[in-house]
Write a protein that binds this ligand. Structure first.
Ligand SMILES: NC(=O)c1ccc[n+]([C@@H]2O[C@H](COP(=O)([O-])OP(=O)(O)OC[C@H]3O[C@@H](n4cnc5c(N)ncnc54)[C@H](OP(=O)(O)O)[C@@H]3O)[C@@H](O)[C@H]2O)c1
Length: 384
C-alpha cells in the first residue's frame, strides 16, 4: 500500500473548480451564462477505488476544444455539469492499494492523459477536467512529467503535440527536406507542428494574422511567415498563393497543415505541389459548422473543390488524432512515448504564453477564443 500516512480528507484544503452547468448556443454564450467558479471540497480517499490516485492539480491547459465542447459544437460530447480543462498537471497526493509505486507514487509530478480522463475522454472520469484543485483518476491515466517541463508546459503537452504528430507523421508522412505550409501556426497544435517540423528537418512556411505572434512562430522554427491580414473585407484575409509559390521556387508546398479551414483552405489548394498531402487538422475560422447546444449535424461544414483536388493529384487526409486511436489503440503508444521522450530530451517544449488564476477562468477561455494566445495557455487552480 502506498498512501500518504495521515492524508484524511480533513488534512487537505478546499480548492476551487470551474463548472459548465449547461451547454451554450455558442462558446461565448456558454462562457457568459453557464460557467461558474465554486469551492471544491477536498476528495476523501475513503471513497476512492484501489486503482485510483488523488492529484493536487497545479495547472490546466486552456484549449480550443474546451470552447467548442462547451456549446456542443464539437464531435465529442460532454454532459453538464462538468469541469473543463482537457489535460492538466499536478502532484500525486494519495495512491490506492493497487497502484504500483514503480508506476506512480505520492509526491510524483504527473500529467494527465486526455484520452483516459477529463472532458475529451469517454471514461467515467470525463466530467473531471483540469480547472479544479483536485482530481481523482486511475493511475493508468497519468504519466510522470519529463524533468525539463514545468507544470504549465506539462499541462499543454500531449493533446497538441499528439495532434501535430498524428497529422504530420502518421498521416502526412513528412520527410526531411520537404516544405509544409502550416495554417494556425501560432495556435497550440500549430506551434507544436512547427517544433516537430524543425526537429525533423522539414521546412515550414507559417501563416497567421498577427506580426507579433508570427515573430514567435519564427523563433520556434518556422523558416518563413506570412501575415494573412488584409485583402478581402468579408474574411479580412488576403491571398497568399503567390508568396508561397515564390518561397518554393514556383513548385508549391509538399503538404498543408490546415488548422484554420474556410477561405484559407481554398487558397491553399492554389499553391501546392502536384501530389501534395492536404492534412485536415481543424477549422478554427469556422467553428460554427455545427449548431449549438449539442444539436447534431454539420449544416455549415467546410467544402473543398474536387476539380482542384483532381488536377493537383492531391491526397486529402482527415487526421482525427483521438478517433484514430479509439479505432486502433496500437497507434497510441508509439505516439505518446515519442512525445514524452522528445520533451525529456529537450527537442520539443510547449510555449505557454499566458497564465490565469482560476478566478479568471472565463477570461482565459475568452483569450483563447479571441486569438489572444500564442501556443499554450494555463489556468492555475490554486491562484485565486
Ligand atoms: N485533428 C485533431 O485531432 C485535432 C486535435 C486538436 C485540435 N484540433 C482542431 O485544430 C484546430 C486548431 O486547434 P488549436 O488547439 O491549435 O487551436 P488554437 O490554439 O486556438 O489555434 C488556432 C489558430 O488558428 C488561427 N485562427 C483562429 N481563428 C482564425 C480565423 N478566423 N482565421 C484565420 N486564422 C484563425 C489563430 O492564429 P492567428 O491568430 O495567428 O491567425 C490561432 O492561433 C481546431 O479547429 C481544433 O478543433 C484537431
Amino acid at each position: 500500500m502506498n498512501r500518504a500516512s495521515d492524508t484524511g480528507a480533513s488534512a487537505w484544503k478546499a480548492g476551487r473548480r470551474a463548472v459548465f452547468t449547461e451547454l451554450g448556443e455558442d462558446p461565448m454564450d456558454a462562457l457568459q451564462n453557464f460557467l461558474r467558479v465554486e469551492e471544491q471540497p477536498p476528495p476523501d480517499p475513503r471513497g476512492c477505488k484501489p486503482h485510483e490516485v488523488i492529484v493536487r492539480i497545479e495547472s490546466s491547459a486552456v484549449s480550443w476544444i474546451d470552447l467548442v465542447m462547451a456549446s456542443g459544437q464539437y464531435q465529442h460530447r460532454c454532459h453538464p455539469p462538468y469541469i473543463p480543462g482537457v489535460e492538466y498537471s499536478g502532484v500525486v497526493e494519495w495512491t490506492g492499494d493497487e497502484v504500483d509505486p514503480e508506476q506512480i507514487a505520492v509526491g510524483d509530478r504527473v500529467l494527465s492523459d486526455f484520452i483516459a480522463a477529463g472532458p475529451r475522454s469517454k471514461t467515467d472520469y470525463q466530467s473531471a477536467g483540469g480547472f479544479a484543485g483536485y482530481a481523482v483518476v486511475p493511475a493508468s491515466a497519468l504519466a510522470r512529467i519529463p524533468e525539463r517541463l514545468n507544470f504549465d508546459q506539462a499541462a499543454n503537452l500531449l493533446a497538441s503535440y499528439e495532434t501535430a504528430y498524428h497529422c504530420l507523421i502518421t498521416r502526412g508522412r513528412v520527410q526531411a527536406g520537404e516544405t509544409v505550409l502550416i495554417h494556425g501556426a501560432s495556435g497550440a497544435s500549430g506551434l507544436a507542428a512547427v517544433q516537430i517540423c524543425r526537429m525533423l528537418g522539414v521546412r515550414v512556411i507559417a501563416t497567421g494574422r498577427s506580426d507579433e505572434k508570427l515573430a514567435l512562430v519564427r523563433s520556434q522554427g518556422a523558416d518563413a511567415v506570412i501575415n494573412l491580414r488584409g485583402g478581402d473585407p468579408s474574411s479580412g484575409l488576403r491571398p497568399f498563393r503567390d508568396e508561397v509559390k515564390d518561397l518554393t521556387g514556383g513548385r508549391g508546398v509538399d503538404a498543408v497543415y490546415d488548422a484554420v479551414g474556410g477561405e484559407v483552405s481554398l487558397e491553399s489548394l492554389r499553391c501546392v505541389a502536384f501530389g501534395a498531402r492536404f492534412l485536415i487538422v481543424g477549422w478554427t475560422s469556422t467553428p460554427d459548422v455545427a449548431d449549438g447546444k449539442g444539436r447534431r449535424g454539420s449544416p455549415r461544414a467546410n467544402q473543398l473543390p474536387t476539380n482542384l483536388i483532381q488536377m493537383k493529384g492531391l491526397d486529402v487526409l482527415g487526421c482525427p488524432a483521438v478517433i484514430t486511436v479509439e479505432r486502433d489503440p496500437r497507434k497510441r503508444e508509439p505516439r505518446k512515448s515519442h512525445i514524452l521522450e522528445w520533451a525529456a530530451q529537450g527537442k520539443i517544449a510547449p510555449h505557454v504564453s499566458r497564465v490565469f488564476p482560476i478566478s479568471k477562468a472565463t477570461d482565459a477561455l475568452r483569450a483563447r477564443w479571441d486569438g489572444g494566445i500564442a501556443g499554450g495557455c494555463a489556468v492555475r487552480p490554486w491562484e485565486f
